[in-house]
Write a protein that binds this ligand. Structure first.
Ligand code: ZN
Length: 305
């Protein structure tokens, strides 16, 4: 087929040129024609060879893909192995890193928080003895309460009666160990900084509406139990500063986004800081039921408003 096309080309070209009036074929034109004939002969073979190679490639895509994927899979396995090895080395103590960068080192309430602190807090909170050991670092006046069920979905499990935290609290209240630990972290790393930054005086006393109550959410007849039912929640109404000033959620929050007064800015910093250590923090921004207090709790999902 290639030869036939080449011959047709050879026969047609001089005639067409003759008709165009070029005259006798020169030596140069002869050479050009021969080159064209050679090219025409070769042309069909090149695509055939290319088609052949392409067909072979198409026939073996799965094999090629598998060969390509193998190093990637090996790399992934190696990475997993390294992570597992590092985890084991940290956990077993074979690898020594500074305590603040070791996720399995116990929580230190006084240590400056970093990326691992929340993980350490959650770990301590989920274990009875670890929670008590961590809470022992806090300047608390706390008496352990006997574990007991006080009603359907109500009661104490690893809870304390707290008469004083790092500040005065007025009426003593019951609080689960995990929530008491969050409270200690909040006072140490958010409350006092917010007070000195915005009001120029540390907090001396927390004013509260209590913690434990065997009731449903919002005191409704039906529905879920409140975190108050298990002493996991605490309602904070305001603060008394060392210089004697009093800041109340009800009067000093300032509705909307108007945080122009130092008291309103302080209350917002206190609320935002609580979100780092508690799971649920609700205040006046959430609804009218929280217009006069911050509800802070551990457990029951994450919500901060
Ligand atoms: Zn509450």
């Amino acid at each position: 087929m290639g030869d036939a096309r080449a011959k047709a080309l050879l026969l047609s070209l001089p005639r067409s040129r003759g008709r165009a009036g070029v005259g006798a074929t020169s030596v140069a034109t002869e050479a050009l024609l021969q080159a064209q004939v050679l090219q025409a002969r070769l042309q069909p073979r090149i695509p055939e060879r290319a088609r052949d190679t392409h067909a072979r490639l198409v026939r073996a895509p799965a094999t090629l893909r598998a060969m390509e994927a193998q190093p990637r899979r090996l790399g992934g396995l190696l990475l997993l192995l390294l992570v597992a090895l590092a985890t084991w080395a940290l956990w077993s103590g074979a690898l020594r890193v500074p305590e603040r960068w070791n996720p399995w080192a116990p929580l230190r309430i006084d240590a400056a928080p970093n990326l691992l602190t929340r993980f350490k807090l959650d770990r301590a909170a989920s274990d009875r003895d670890a929670c008590r050991a961590a809470l022992a670092q806090a300047a608390l006046d706390a008496t352990p309460l006997e574990d007991r069920v006080t009603g359907d979905g109500c009661g104490f499990d690893n809870a304390f009666r707290i008469a004083r935290t790092s500040v005065a609290v007025g009426e003593p209240f019951a609080l689960s160990c995990r929530s008491a630990l969050a409270l200690a972290m909040w006072e140490r790393h958010a409350l006092q900084q917010a007070a000195t930054t915005h009001l120029g005086s540390p907090v001396a006393r927390i004013e509260h509406f209590g913690s434990y109550a065997c009731r449903n959410l919002y005191g409704r007849e039906g529905g879920r139990r409140s975190r108050h039912a298990t002493a996991d929640a605490f309602d904070i109404a305001g603060f008394v500063l060392e210089d004697g000033r009093r800041v109340r959620v009800l009067g000093d929050w300032a509705a909307g986004d108007d945080a122009s007064t130092p008291e309103a800015a302080f209350l917002r910093a206190v609320r935002d800081g609580a979100c780092d250590w508690f799971d649920v923090v609700l205040g006046p921004d959430y609804n009218d039921a929280h217009a006069d207090h911050f509800h802070v709790a551990r457990g029951g999902g994450r919500l901060c408003r």
